[in-house]
Design a protein around this ligand. Sequence first.
Ligand SMILES: [Zn+2]
Length: 244
Amino acid sequence: MTSTFRLGSVAGIPVGFHYSHFVLLALVTWRISSGFLADGYPDWSPWVYWATGALAGGLLSVSILVHELAHSLVARKRGIVVYGIVLFILGGVSELQADSKRARDEFLIAVVGPVSSFLLSAILFVISLALGGGDSPLEAMVLYLAIINLLLGGFNLLPVFPLDGGRVLRSVIWAVTGSYLWATRVAAILGRTAGIGLIGLGIYQFVSGNRLGGVWLVFIGWFVQVAARRSMSEETSHEGSREG
Ligand SMILES: [Zn+2]
């Protein structure tokens, strides 16, 4: 994933932006404004929905960045060169020079992403409670971000390679069997199966009338499936990147 432009760097890690991230931002803004906010807070004027939705979308990008930074910082600490983080249509990706050499490193690098999302979610829930749980745009936005970070952590923990959960699973199989190759094979087969399952579910959703949700699932399924297949052919090379 090459970034279209560079946003800057955090803790010495370059952060880039791929133009496709605008598509995600637009979709998220639209979903928050016309879904979460319009349903939960019916008394606002239209521009407040859109302004709050756009700001929440931007802060979701920051949340994704926090998740990726956690991966990148732990990877760097474990001696892996981090090229940078790129925000793209499916979220973010930490570009690492190589896969981990030890199962323990792989486990720690993978698990810290969802853990950071859960922590962020917990902090936002506490802030939301402290604000009083009213129906102002600020309170709605904090609550939304608390929920979305919880979902972000949960989704990434699905035991499907190349998601974080799939990497955690691979590291556990790797530690137990002592075979990186075997662990990668099992994780890749699970990833491909889940990817094909997601594509099937997406087509079903699309046909049942949930057009956007269906297309999105097909897209994620295709991505998971391709990444899982690629991990098999790359298992002996030293290229690696961390998705999600
Ligand atoms: Zn992750």
